[in-house]
Design a protein around this ligand. Structure first.
Ligand code: NDP
Length: 280
């Protein structure tokens, strides 16, 4: 039977640490400011943006909110990003994804100054991560490393399998596990005999974007299973990419959905913003 890795508790600890460090900065009359841009009013994005603003308030950051209409021209968004790049009082810039289809996400992400790219999506930060230099690391995989470390789970020398190779989760996750001296395999939609590969994993990270895709058949007895997926089922209940009920008896530790990886993403965003301000 698996131990539950409590993302709610660990994310609360991280936010508390950020809050305390922020109090030290505030005593020196310093502020930390995150600018959040949302284009259009996708309901899920509005919830994520709202949660990020709430977290800023909790830790003592200022947040600047830009809610732009769906039909905002790309050039207008790019010029707002450039303006925020120049502002000395802004430490982090976050553009909520997905963007409407007439806007190139890549162009917008690459327009953010790498020094304010607290999402860690800029190509310079991605490159730094892969060569092992310090930079901003994408919040979800950074949060997973914190979950593992703070739960006392050893990564060094262990077989780590990541299912999914997106630029925001799978690839940076693999790079971070490698940095921690794991033996890393990345799987994707063209992987042959997926169950054979995932069954090698001591640590299995699943970011495949398909509800309950990973069942007990994919999991070695005693593996640590990290579920990145977030889905809402027909009953409006949240579930992950892992079939929790079937995997739970087989794993040694597992993240639940909700309450696992999800809360860590925002905690690491706060941590990245603080770092940006401290580096100034
Ligand atoms: P993407 O859709 O960008 O990537 C999915 C990956 O899964 C791709 O690399 C794809 O392979 C791979 N894949 C798809 N089908 C299969 C298959 N049958 N077998 C093996 N691999 C497969 O998703 P993201 O990485 O952005 O997100 C993954 C999940 O995590 C989503 O549910 C998302 O909502 C969630 N998420 C949660 C966050 C959080 O804070 N908890 C943050 C970000 C994402 P290929 O490249 O070959 O197409």
């Amino acid at each position: 039977m698996a131990a539950i890795i409590d993302g709610k508790k660990i994310s609360a600890e991280i936010k508390e640490e950020v809050k305390q460090k922020m109090a030290v900065l505030a005593a020196k009359n310093k502020t930390v400011t995150l600018a959040v841009i949302q284009v259009g009013n996708d309901p899920a994005s509005s919830v994520y943006v709202g949660n990020k603003k709430k977290a800023c308030e909790y830790v003592g950051f200022c947040s600047l909110s830009y809610e732009l209409p769906e039909n905002t021209p790309q050039e207008e968004l790019l010029s707002l990003v450039r303006e925020l790049n120049e502002r000395k009082d802004v430490d982090g810039i976050l553009v909520q994804l997905p963007l409407p289809s007439h806007i190139s996400e890549d162009k917008v992400i690459q327009a953010i100054s790498p020094d304010k790219d607290v999402d860690g999506f800029h190509i310079q930060n991605a490159g730094r991560l892969f060569v092992g230099e310090s930079g901003f690391v994408p919040c979800t995989p950074a949060g997973i490393i914190e979950l593992l470390k703070r739960s006392g789970i050893e990564i060094c020398g262990r077989e780590c399998v990541v299912v999914g190779r997106s630029n925001i989760v799978g690839k940076p996750m693999a790079a971070l596990l490698l940095q921690e001296n794991g033996t890393v395999t990345i799987c994707h939609s063209r992987t042959k005999n997926l169950t054979e590969v995932t069954k090698r994993a001591d640590i299995l990270v699943v970011a495949v974007g398909k509800p309950k895709f990973i069942t007990a058949d994919y999991v070695k007895e005693g593996a640590v299973v990290i579920d990145v997926g977030i889905h809402r089922n027909a009953q409006n209940k949240l579930c992950g990419d892992v079939d929790f009920d079937s995997v739970f008896p087989r794993a040694s530790a597992i993240t639940p959905v909700p309450g696992g990886v999800g809360p860590m993403t925002i905690a690491m965003l706060m941590s990245n913003c603080l770092r940006s301000a401290e580096q100034k």
